[in-house]
Design a protein around this ligand. Sequence first.
Ligand code: F6P
Length: 544
Amino acid sequence: MIGAATEAAWAALERHRDELGEVDLRELFAQDPGRGERLAAEGAGLYLDYSKQLIVDETVRLLLELAEVAGVAARRDAMFAGEKINVTEGRAVLHTALRAPRDAVIEVDGENVVPAVHAVLDKMAAFAERVRSGEWKGHTGKPIRAVVNIGIGGSDLGPAMATIALADVARHDIVSRFVSNVDGDDFAETTRDLDPEETLFVVASKTFTTLETLTNAHTARDWLLSSPAFGGEESAVAKHFVAVSTNAAEVARFGIDVDNMFELWDWVGGRYSYPSAIGLSLMVAIGPEAFRAMLGGFHAMDEHFRTTPFERNLPVLLALVGIWNGNLLGHETVAVLPYAQYLSRFTAYLQQLEMESNGKHVDLDGNPVRRDTGTIVWGEPGTNGQHAFYQLMHQGTRIVPADFIGFARPAHRLGRHHDLLMANLFAQTEALAFGRTAEEVAAEGGPAEQVPHRVTEGNRPTSTILADRLDPATLGALVALYEHKVFVQGAIWGIDSFDQWGVELGKKLANAIIPELESPEEPELSHDSSTNALIRRYRARRGG
Ligand SMILES: O=P(O)(O)OC[C@H]1O[C@](O)(CO)[C@@H](O)[C@@H]1O
């Protein structure tokens, strides 16, 4: 699938890397005072500074050339047009339709999907308002005070991340909780202080077959019906459970009224689904207006990505910088470091987006890929990370490229907090880029033998993303920025970023092991000797 022109573009980049040798950011900035503003771009309310990357103008030119010859624009247009670019599942990839305006026309198999998207959004809004106003009552006539989303992966991480990110605009008299893990301790802790009479469960599962989600949903049902207030009365389920799914038959089988099912479609990938009905619990928390403002931010970035020339296109630039760091310089991970406590789950959300999308070993034709794919994403909000893992970033022998994310205005202006926070963000990118030489350290005084320990080499590559404030629209734009970054990289690698076959084997093997753990009789085990021994040891100690 990778054509000769693309291979030539890769080869040109490899030659350029070899000729360029070690890049010294001190020198580059000294020679070129305009660098800090030239290697930057702006769109949809976000400002991206990539000047502290280990690149020169020729690097950018060659990377843009790679994006061009790899056919990124054509693939992008095919995605927006609803073509079935998820080839291994034969599906369109239309999360962009979830945030398209009401009058847009986007067709899948000849049918405009936009009216259905807005019909579901309207249904969600009506439901969210009923819950928020107290009009929606539980089985015993009490209003809802807790909404618990039961889902996992894309049916959890997006709404969970965004509910924290937008907590400042959320209602606080209705609590939002999330249960995802099949570990029963998650369910027990999440519901420990909740009153079943005032609790609403949103069972969010695109397929409605996911082991974790169905197990938790059944446990929730038992928890509810075993409450003395309900006395096992099945009809209570209808007032305390709604579903988000593509699978009406399984929803009905569970006992949820399909009138209380919010639909999504097979052209929405799980990890791209939180602007859909998967965001229902988020909409209850922040209200339909804020939810729509968030969709507006997504759409603004969609439009930026669709229409802006590549040299000023934020997702394209972020993707190309990632390709340079990963494929050309060999740095395997990227730290995403939001200087915003509200983004405390953002990196976890990105892990699924980036690693489930682009962790692929074959190209679209099924041939082994020629270069590494995917990015290992990790990180924590600043300034916490500074007191944990930044030491390795400054002085370790492995280079960790990083994206710093910050906001000009805080939600809460408490004394000097925000200036202190942002001073740290700027200082970290400065320190990582320019370091401190032995001469500078020596000039500061102190014991000579400490000098080598206190030197920081610098030349650690970072990008900085700045926005005015973390409001719903900005969050939408930020998520869409990373969605499209992942898309561009997948297009350049020539892989299917929208399937996830790799997660299937583990699920299948777990299903085979479940009865071996649960059977009263000693099972005949035919795994490898390690797995057999672990299962025997577990059985011997598992207790009742
Ligand atoms: O929404 P569902 O169908 O329960 O799936 C949950 C998650 O499981 C996966 O299919 C695999 O982990 C994800 O892609 C998805 O987000």
